[in-house]
Design a protein around this ligand. Structure first.
Ligand SMILES: Cc1ncc(COP(=O)(O)O)c(C=O)c1O
Length: 402
């Protein structure tokens, strides 16, 4: 006898977001997302770290929060405080850090704390899709700033702040990815960081700094974080282990003043982020992080070179891009006639996934013929093969001539 499944539909609140589609697996040539290099993942080190930390402290798993309180595993926060000082020039202690379930949860907590429907925020025009979408879902207006080869343009920031002020609008924050920007991979120079902070202070706008790619500059050098350069406590900083160790671990963090941290803690009602991940990361990173990252950077840079070579070979001058300063993405401009939203669909059908430009920008028209390619997860051969197939599709579907 078959029974009719219970119908939940009439019970769903009208404010629910649209239903998700079922996952149907990844395509063979997946140039999307922030996936990392599987061969550069420090698997043996993570296994050894798990073994050591569980044997030593495993019984603390019997408590919510590992006896470390709601801000996350103390040893991981201690590692981060020292790391952020060493690498980004920040002065913070474990008490200023909240461990989150990926930096996506960090984005949500900051947004839930500060934003309400109808607000305005300033962001980089080409920007992380996850950040843009979150703002739109909240009914917040993102005002985009154009970028050049050195990141967000300070003249545009000043003009925007002035314009908004004249309209009586005080933006809730300025969101920026200053170090290896997503998707442009630009790094904001020191002078621009100082100018940005000066303007933010002048207009009374806090800064929301998203720094998850900052360890992945090719040179290993980076300017100090905005957080480090401000003495006003007006910068909220988020970071992640997704890009340096592994995204599936889902471990990110927030550095924020207590006035904001205390409100975020009231909103983080999950009784703590995953404990095993935090323990393993603290154990592994305190001993090996500084040796691991250069190995990862080298592997990523080699894949980027393969991608850029393949694009030059297959697309010639029709694919325009700047050599990224680091990270895992290439932001590519194709000829005006190529609509990358359409290309996305044609490519998907052929087993190739790309991120179409309009999804990574608030300037949909300018981004119409742009796309973002993640080069970290595919092998060198797959990168070459995927780009060759993509060029064929562009020629066939959009009449692109090389
Ligand atoms: C700029 C930026 N912020 C935040 C995230 C979220 O990363 P995660 O939640 O894995 O830490 C990403 C992921 O790609 C990103 O590119």
């Amino acid at each position: 006898m078959t029974t009719t499944p219970f119908d939940f539909t009439p019970l769903l609140p009208p404010t629910l977001p649209p239903a998700a589609a079922r996952w149907t697996g990844r395509v063979k040539f997946d140039f999307t997302g922030g996936n990392n290099d599987p061969d550069a993942l420090p698997l043996d080190g993570l296994v050894a770290a798990a073994d050591a930390v569980l044997k030593r402290e495993g019984r603390t798993l019997a408590t919510y929060g590992l006896n470390s309180g709601p801000q996350g595993y103390r040893a991981l926060r201690d590692f981060l405080a020292a790391k952020l000082h060493r690498d980004a020039g920040m002065r913070c202690t474990a008490d200023d850090i909240l461990i989150t379930s990926g930096s996506l949860q960090a984005l949500d907590l900051v947004n839930q704390t500060l934003l309400t429907r109808g607000d305005t925020v300033i962001i980089e025009e080409d920007c992380y899709q996850g950040s843009i979408n979150r703002l739109l879902k909240l009914g917040v207006t993102p005002v985009g700033l154009p970028l050049d080869k050195d990141g967000l343009r300070i003249d545009a920031l000043e003009a925007t702040l002035k314009d908004l002020k004249a309209k009586g609008i005080r933006p809730k924050y300025l969101y920026t990815i200053p170090t290896v920007q997503n998707p442009t991979a630009t790094v904001l120079p020191l002078e621009r960081r100082q100018a940005l902070l000066k303007l933010a202070a002048e207009y009374g706008v806090p800064v929301f700094e998203d720094d998850c790619y900052a360890d992945l500059t090719w040179s290993g050098e980076r300017p100090p974080a905005l957080h480090a350069l401000s003495d006003r406590g007006n910068v909220i900083y988020i970071g992640s282990f997704s890009k340096t160790i592994a995204p599936a671990l889902r471990v990110g963090y927030i550095v924020a003043p207590w006035s904001v941290m205390s409100r975020m803690l009231s909103l983080k009602t999950d009784a703590g982020s995953g404990a095993l991940e935090q323990m393993v990361l603290a154990e592994y990173c305190s001993a090996h992080f500084t040796q691991h990252v250069p190995v990862l950077r080298k592997a990523l840079r080699a894949k980027l070179v393969t991608l850029m070579d393949a694009l030059r070979e297959q697309f010639g001058a029709t694919a325009e891009f700047d050599d990224p300063k680091g990270g895992i993405f290439l932001w590519v401009k194709l000829p005006e006639g190529v609509d990358t939203l359409k290309l996305f669909q044609r490519a998907q059908a052929a087993g190739i996934a790309i991120n179409p430009g309009p999804e990574w920008s608030v300037n949909k028209t300018r981004a119409a013929s742009r796309l973002r390619l993640c080069f970290a997860n595919l092998s060198h051969e797959e990168i070459h093969q995927g780009v060759t197939m993509l060029a064929e599709i562009c020629k066939k579907e959009f009449g692109m001539t090389v």
